[in-house]
Design a protein around this ligand. Structure first.
Ligand code: KIV
Length: 273
């Protein structure tokens, strides 16, 4: 277990994350999609586990996050919740489950909370989805915002390049971040934007700003688990730090198993009844 976090055993809540920002303690967030990995990640001392719709890419093998359904997100979140004791579990609202109107958004969020027992939802977008976020917040469901590169809008952007490099987009992002704080979001993810802008946002609002490809001037970091563990080797953006090379370890172990089965070495005398 990590030795860096204060209060290693105490349950992480949305309120605690805001307190962490206030005292300058960085927040660690990582994705998980199943029971076993969630359990390992939680036991290591993670503050927030995100059941990301990146499950579409790393679990289902899709090119984008768009195909993910509400039922699929609920399935993943339910599994993650069973493996988690301490971390706050946040579940992404999938594409198409909240953009239509506030009532549709509320119904989707209520299903996530009721059926998976996740503790908060994450939604991509600013002013365009303000009413939907407000409707969900008014039902007592905590919302984490997500600005910058928002992968559910990839077909509008046409590229996964860094966002908000131009002044107009940067100013809109800053205004959206302030609006999300004002209406009551408990935290905000900033994805793939210039580090200076991300720092400016983090310094302008009191809720925690969690970055991915947004530099070190924010209040915490999030990565996709498959990327940082080296399971997903095909994806290597500049912002990604790899903490393990699990694809080589798994490849080698599975290769040994195949050899042992083929040669008759496995099972041996002690491995049978
Ligand atoms: O779906 C996801 O994994 C995410 C993170 C990249 C923030 O939204």
């Amino acid at each position: 277990m990590s030795t860096n976090t204060v209060d290693n055993q105490r349950k992480v809540t949305t309120k605690r994350l805001i307190e962490m920002k206030a005292r300058g303690e960085k927040i660690a967030m990582l994705t998980a999609y199943d029971y076993s990995m969630a359990k390992l990640i939680d036991e290591a001392g993670m503050d927030v586990i995100l059941v990301g719709d990146s499950a579409s890419n790393v679990m289902a093998g899709n090119m984008t996050t768009l195909p993910m359904t509400l039922d699929q997100m609920i399935y993943h979140a339910k599994s993650v919740i069973k493996g988690t004791n301490r971390a706050l579990v946040v579940c992404d609202m999938p594409f198409g489950s909240y953009q239509g109107n506030p009532i549709e958004a509320l119904n989707s969020a209520v299903r996530i909370m009721k059926e998976s027992h996740a503790e908060a939802v994450k939604m991509e977008g600013g002013a365009e989805i303000r009413e939907s976020i407000e409707r969900i917040l008014s039902a007592g469901i905590p919302v984490m915002g997500h600005l910058g590169l928002t992968p559910q809008s990839i077909n509008k952007f046409g590229t996964y390049a860094v966002r908000a490099k131009e002044n107009a987009e940067a100013e809109k992002l800053l205004a959206d971040a302030k609006m999300l704080e004002e209406i009551g979001c408990f935290a905000l993810v900033l994805e793939k934007i210039p580090a200076d802008l991300a720092r400016r946002v983090a310094e302008s609002i009191s809720i925690p700003v969690i970055g991915i490809g947004a530099g070190g001037g924010v209040d915490g970091q999030v990565l996709v688990m498959h990327d940082m563990l080296g399971i997903n080797k095909g994806f290597s953006p500049k912002f990604l730090r790899r903490y393990a090379d699990l694809s080589s370890i798994i490849n080698e172990a599975v290769g040994h198993y195949i050899d042992d089965v083929k040669t008759g070495d496995f099972p041996n005398e002690s491995e049978q009844y």
